[in-house]
Write a protein that binds this ligand. Structure first.
Ligand code: HEC
Ligand code: HEC
Ligand code: HEC
Length: 413
């Protein structure tokens, strides 16, 4: 009995000590963010630089509801433990950031601590932005302040306990928030370093491409090695993962959302291309590619042997529903973006993105009347699974056993 009491006291003291340490680290983390100026060579007024930086940091993808006022917030993030809404970043004094000081804004963006000490959740990617240069963040503020102020009270987040407790975030920050800003790596040239800043700090590529642990934090030592995000597979984009991409192909993909023999950017990557990488200057995009590919030698893609059964249900469905737009077999040249040859989606044994695409389609070519339709309504779960199994066998040389249940899960919103 006495022993139990002692153990409880020791645990309580350890806990208090840890929380104290966490608070201390949280305060410190807000201080050491690196140099005031970032490595990008930008010219123009603060507003012009801010517009470019906001694009490179893809602020709009999360803070603008499609079809609604720019940066007025309200985009819903459905998490396993509830729904969170992005903030209104316009200068409206009641519902937006009107009247925020420079320090308040910088702290919110990079340290996840908003006005009045309110802790933000890492759905706002401050873990990546932590390394952004102060003057870059302030240029974004100047740009946001130049936009029309929009009165839009975003819904209050609905999270279940204990996730609803913002006060617990200092603990999380102490464990997972990197406390150093961007530092140029002298072992590499200026281009490479610019690319590193564009990928890791501004572009926050790791938010989707780096696997997370159970506490939703990036796993150590696995940066950019591939992860599933919002039901989509964000592939391995380390130099090894991209070994079959030439610099030209990767530049084309990031500039247009498609590269011959590599497929398309669908799902969440479509917005990344449209609002971020497509907007970069040619020089900056090249630097990003230079950083991602490094100096590792390029290898040719392994040739794929089709193992599809032409008599399968999937093959028959494909001939009727898909072959009109996509090539009927791997050797025939399909229309540009609709070529399945070489796409990572058809070489992923889990078939994650193929099933996802069949469920929600892709509107990339919508303006030309040539887009990937939604197959979730007219086709059953079993039919979509059969189609995916066929496509992976025909173009990926794989023998997956995707089930109707897999197709059903992929079609959940
Ligand atoms: C991946 C999505 C995402 C991106 C990208 C993103 N944000 Fe956020 N942001 C959010 C969410 C969600 C919240 C609300 C978080 C919360 O309530 O804890 C938020 C909150 C904020 C806040 C706090 C405002 C307040 O009401 O307290 C500021 C400031 C902010 N974001 C600025 C930015 C800027 C500037 C950028 C680009 C550099 C950016 N955000 C990019 C999702 C994002
Ligand atoms: C919001 C999540 C998200 C962010 C942020 C993101 N990606 Fe992606 N990325 C994805 C997804 C999902 C895919 C798979 C798309 C598909 O299958 O069509 C993808 C695919 C890619 C591919 C194609 C890989 C292949 O093997 O086909 C490249 C290259 C890529 N991303 C680069 C980047 C870079 C560079 C950044 C940062 C500037 C970035 N991504 C940021 C989600 C994201
Ligand atoms: C009306 C034309 C059309 C039809 C019909 C169609 N697709 Fe597509 N599909 C497209 C287009 C266009 C794209 C590229 C979309 C983009 O760029 O966002 C695409 C993309 C894809 C991709 C992604 C390839 C990659 O690069 O990752 C897969 C897989 C796919 N389609 C499979 C199918 C299957 C299976 C069917 C039949 C059930 C089908 N499509 C029917 C037009 C079509």
């Amino acid at each position: 009995m006495r022993n139990l009491k002692l153990v409880l006291i020791v645990i309580a003291v350890a806990l208090i000590g840890f929380v104290g340490f966490a608070m201390y680290r949280d305060g410190k983390a807000r201080i050491d963010h690196g140099a005031a100026d970032g490595p990008l060579a930008l010219t123009g007024t603060a507003v012009e630089r801010g517009r470019y930086l906001a694009a490179a940091a893809d602020c709009t993808a999360c803070h603008t509801l499609p079809g609604s006022d720019e940066y007025a917030g309200g985009v819903a993030f459905r998490l396993p433990f509830g729904t969170l809404y992005s903030s209104n970043l316009t200068a409206d004094p009641e519902t937006g950031l009107g009247g925020w000081t420079e320090d308040e804004f910088v702290n919110a963006v990079r340290a996840g601590v908003a006005r009045g000490g309110r802790h933000l959740y890492p759905a706002h990617p401050y873990t990546s932005y932590a390394g952004m240069a102060r003057n870059d963040v302030l240029a974004i503020k100047a740009y946001l302040d130049s936009l029309p102020a929009v009165k839009n009270a975003v819904p209050v987040s609905e999270l279940s306990f204990p996730y609803s407790q913002r006060g617990l975030m200092p603990l999380w920050n102490a464990l997972y928030l990197p406390s150093v800003g961007f530092k140029a790596d002298v072992a590499h040239d200026e281009n490479w370093n610019r690319g590193a800043y564009l990928a890791n700090e501004l572009g926050h590529c790791g938010e989707c491409h780096t696997p997370r642990n159970a506490a939703y934090a990036a796993r150590d030592g696995q940066a950019l090695s591939g992860a599933v995000t919002q039901g989509w597979k964000a592939y391995d984009i380390t130099a090894a993962g991209l070994a079959t991409w030439t610099a030209e192909a990767l530049e084309t993909y990031l500039a247009t959302g498609h590269a011959p023999n590599h497929g398309i950017a669908a799902g969440p990557m479509k917005a990344v291309v449209a609002f971020d990488t497509e907007q970069l200057s040619v020089d900056d995009r090249r630097a990003l590619v230079r950083y991602l590919l490094g100096d590792a030698p390029r290898t040719a893609a392994p040739s794929v042997q089709s193992v599809a059964d032409p008599a399968s249900v999937g093959a028959k469905l494909y001939a009727g529903a898909c072959a009109g737009c996509h090539a009927p077999d791997p050797r025939a040249a399909g229309d540009g973006s609709a070529t399945l040859t070489g796409a990572s989606s058809v070489r992923d044994p889990g078939g994650t993105n193929v099933l996802r695409l069949l469920a929600e389609g892709s509107q990339h070519g919508a303006d030309t009347g040539f887009a990937m339709p939604v197959f979730a309504r007219g086709y059953s779960d079993a039919e979509r699974a059969a189609l995916a199994n066929y496509v992976l066998a025909q173009w990926g040389g794989l023998t997956p056993k995707l089930t109707p249940n897999d197709a059903e899960i992929a079609a959940l919103p």
